[in-house]
Design a protein around this ligand. Structure first.
Ligand SMILES: NC(=O)C1=CN([C@@H]2O[C@H](COP(=O)(O)OP(=O)(O)OC[C@H]3O[C@@H](n4cnc5c(N)ncnc54)[C@H](O)[C@@H]3O)[C@@H](O)[C@H]2O)C=CC1
Ligand SMILES: O=C(O)/C=C/C=C(\O)C(=O)O
Length: 502
């Protein structure tokens, strides 16, 4: 039986895990989804073998898409663009709704595999699958309600002017491993809604739910070639996709260095649309007027949700000195009670990532950090990639641990005295993705919130999302915004018309 028929039926953790235990070294082999069907890979196939984050054992085999595979997918998307770009909004909307309905019927299947593949808890995976469903529903309805204005050119009443938008073309959609389906569908849904076609490349570390999504596209009767899925690594498959001259836009979420690489690889292709959502090292400011029974759980969640593997995590906590002494032990106690490895917290995604995080913890130890909880994990991961939630203090603000995105369950805590100092500390970082402000002072909420160098600022909240508002970062955290009208700008070209008569 092929991999899709096998995996599609395993929609409980028990059945999926039984299957994984029984397959031994015959791990299922995923297939690219090109031109409406799962199929051939160009020979010889090089297989990438991601491991199960909970056990460290072989999970699946991913074909490493070659330039030929990418070209076939781009061919299919280019041909499909000719009709999909002219398909009515009503019809596109209906296809997106069918996709969301099938996803919704199979949501437990997707949650189970997301949890296994990425290591996240099943509860977290369920939240993310709901969001993937919303991504399709949101853009399916958005396109039905867009408004445009036609007006006279000022002083020339015989000339009308209006803005006309058309889909850009074939897009390369490249996503990371931390929220695989959630982030991939955040790109696929607007791409389809606004009349573009695409080639999506999920992370080679977590490709399973993207593979299952191909079956959803098939069942939803998404016309062949409109969305293709090519698996493979970044330097080979991803790079070939980004560099293809027939790919007219790239929407990417991932590490900052990869974003820089993609900018370099596309710099000569001036007209290519580029949307880059990159890393964060996000500050969380805790002022002394807050109720700690609310601030501590919020800070812990922002630090440790998905084992700290969300680009929006608040990984640098700054606490006003008057409450610092109470906040720190309360954070440790809350985390100990609520983030238990193997129960309410999963492993990190891969061996490579485990070693990367460990490297930062070794450095923290060398720099005499206080480990209020957590420790440097073993040099070699044992039975999965488990790293305990770690709370650090007493690091110099110049430390790499304080400045670079660790993307794991590691948070640093540091005191401040004044509001000005808090803002300066928050902004003293090359990244500018998100910021969190905790205060009960209404004036301060805006005063501080509006000065944080970040594309997203949450006040007394975190990860609250409204899909119509702009999502993306400042400074090294990216280029452009997505969400609502911003996604429309990514996936469409704008021409302004001036219509007069002789
Ligand atoms: N959303 C975020 O902020 C994320 C940040 N990261 C950060 O980046 C670090 C590295 O993680 P990686 O998995 O290596 O992220 P990455 O940025 O290499 O991977 C993200 C996606 O980009 C693709 N990719 C890699 N190189 C490419 C290239 N030259 N051209 C086109 N596509 C390419 C990958 O195959 C994957 O699909 C992490 O440790 C973390 O700090 C990682 C994932 C998500
Ligand atoms: O859109 C969201 O709600 C969350 C997005 C998270 C990322 O982009 C990330 O962690 O990379």
């Amino acid at each position: 039986m092929d991999a899709i028929s096998t995996l599609w039926k395993l929609d409980t953790l028990e059945s999926a895990n039984d299957y994984l235990t029984s397959h031994g070294s015959n791990a299922p082999r995923l297939q690219h989804f090109i031109d409406g069907s799962f199929g051939r890979h160009s020979e010889p196939v090089e297989w990438i073998e991601p491991l199960n984050p909970r056990s460290g054992k072989l999970l699946v085999q991913i074909p490493s898409g070659t330039v030929t595979d990418v070209d076939r997918a781009v061919d299919a998307a280019s041909i499909a663009f000719l009709t999909w770009s002219k398909t009515s909004r009503q019809e596109r909307s209906q296809v997106l709704m069918r996709i969301s309905d099938i996803l919704s019927e199979k949501k437990e299947l997707f949650a189970v595999w997301e949890s296994i593949d990425q290591g996240k808890t099943l509860a977290r995976a369920r939240v993310e699958v709901e969001r993937a469903i919303s991504n399709f529903r949101y853009f399916a309805t958005y396109i039905l309600h867009e408004e445009g204005a036609v007006r006279y050119v000022d002083g020339q009443p015989s000339t009308l002017t209006y803005e006309h938008r058309s889909p850009v073309g074939v897009f390369g959609l490249i996503s990371p491993w931390n929220m695989p389906l959630y982030l991939l569908t955040w790109k696929i849904a607007p791409c389809l809604a606004f009349g573009c076609t695409g080639v999506a490349k999920p992370s080679e570390v977590t490709s399973i739910t993207a593979f299952l999504l191909g079956e959803v596209f098939r069942q939803a009767k998404l016309p062949a070639g409109v969305m293709n899925l090519v698996f493979g690594d970044g330097p080979g498959t991803g790079s070939a996709l980004v560099k293809s001259s027939r790919v007219r836009g790239v929407s990417f979420t991932g590490g900052t260095s990869t974003g820089i690489r993609i900018r370099q690889d596309t710099v000569a292709d001036i007209g290519k649309h580029l949307s880059l959502e990159l890393g964060g090292k996000n500050p969380a400011l805790v002022f002394d007027d807050v109720d700690l029974t609310k601030a501590v759980p919020l800070a812990a969640r922002a630090a440790f949700e998905n084992s700290g593997q969300i680009c929006l995590c608040g990984s640098r906590i700054y606490v006003q000195r008057a409450v610092y002494g109470k906040f720190l032990p309360a954070l440790v106690e809350y985390t100990q009670n609520h983030y238990k490895l193997g129960e309410t917290m999963g492993p990190v995604v891969s061996r490579e990532h485990y070693l990367k995080i460990r490297g930062y913890l070794v450095q923290a130890r060398e720099e005499n950090a206080f480990f209020h909880m957590g420790d440097v994990p073993n040099e070699e991961p044992q039975q999965g990639f488990w790293i305990a939630p770690t709370v650090l203090s007493n690091l110099p603000t110049s430390s790499r641990v304080m400045r670079e995105e660790i993307f794991g369950p590691v948070v640093t805590v540091w005191p401040f005295d004044t509001e000005e100092e808090a803002i300066a500390l928050a902004n003293d970082n090359p990244n500018g993705l998100a910021g969190i402000v905790m205060t009960n002072d209404l004036a301060r909420m805006r005063r501080v919130g509006e000065r944080i160098d970040a594309g997203l600022v949450w006040v007394n909240s975190w990860l609250v999302r409204e899909l119509g508002t702009g999502f993306g970062g400042m400074k090294a955290s990216g280029t452009g915004r997505e969400g609502g009208v911003h996604s429309r700008d990514v996936f469409t070209n704008l021409r302004t018309l001036h219509v007069s008569h002789f």
